[in-house]
Design a protein around this ligand. Structure first.
Ligand code: SAM
Length: 234
């Protein structure tokens, strides 16, 4: 089921959280990156103030809550997504869930020890987004960046549609952080391969083999569907 309308607004949070069920390959990639990211976020969140920018259903903010973050700000401009986010964070006291643009969010300057920007780079203009991350952070703060690779067919299509193809180049994203941030680590998830749904189970072992072979080179030339960077504010 579609979780976005034709203008790419997020309209169905439940379908978004179940997106792995619609494709064997998407499920494979999700299983690679969600546990990886949640583990990273847990390690970085304990006792920290976390901003989840474009939080969606707060799958990742929940990992920060589980790790006993000091405070969580979760901001998103989709009410259907935030409805599920509120449910997921119900047991976590010190939070502000903000409906609206991530660029006018009311979060105090310098408040964040950790900023999560997962799956938002293909929607927001990258330079203003980096500017907002700078506003939210001070020296030593960490930033998790996950964006669709240029080799990700689905997101390339979305980006061309929105004329944002350049945002998807790993080198471009790394570069716009260069002056104010240090790259701490990087990874990428899942080689790109698209085929009709009924053949996906047959393709999966091949794709897994491709991932395995390419793993040592992913750092230098990320062929994955999604690229991950962890930056630190200089
Ligand atoms: C692909 S989803 C990612 C959600 C979540 N970060 C995750 O990884 O599961 C993108 C989210 O960014 C939100 N979004 C896009 N542009 C935004 C903006 N300018 N301000 C606030 N939220 C935005 C969308 O509403 C959507 O929930």
């Amino acid at each position: 089921m579609a979780y976005q309308d034709k203008n790419l607004n997020y309209i169905d949070a439940e379908a978004y959280d179940k997106r792995g069920e619609s494709s064997v390959l998407e499920n494979y990639v999700l299983e690679l990156w969600q546990p990886f990211l949640k583990e990273k976020i847990k390690k970085l969140s304990a006792g920290k103030t976390v901003v989840d920018w474009g939080c969606g259903t707060c799958e990742y903010a929940s990992a920060a809550a589980e790790a006993a973050a000091e405070k969580i700000y979760a901001v998103d401009d989709s009410e259907p997504m935030l409805k599920v986010c509120r449910e997921k964070l119900a047991g976590f006291e010190n939070k502000e869930i903000i409906l609206g643009s991530g660029f006018h969010n009311g979060i105090p300057a310098g408040a964040a020890d950790l900023v999560l920007t997962i799956g938002v780079w293909e929607y927001a203009e990258p330079r203003p987004l980096v500017g907002e991350i700078k506003r939210l952070t001070e020296k030593g703060a960490k930033i998790v960046v996950v964006f669709p690779n240029i080799y990700n067919k689905l997101n390339t299509e979305r980006s061309i549609w929105r004329k944002k193809r350049i945002a998807l180049r790993p080198g471009f994203i790394k570069n716009i952080f260069k002056n104010d941030f240090t790259l701490v680590e990087s990874a990428s998830f899942g080689m790109v391969s698209w085929c009709p749904k009924k053949f996906q189970s047959l393709i999966l072992p091949l794709w897994k083999l491709g991932d395995f072979i390419w793993k040592p080179f992913q750092k230098f030339m990320p062929l994955g569907i999604n690229v991950y960077y962890l930056f630190e504010r200089k």
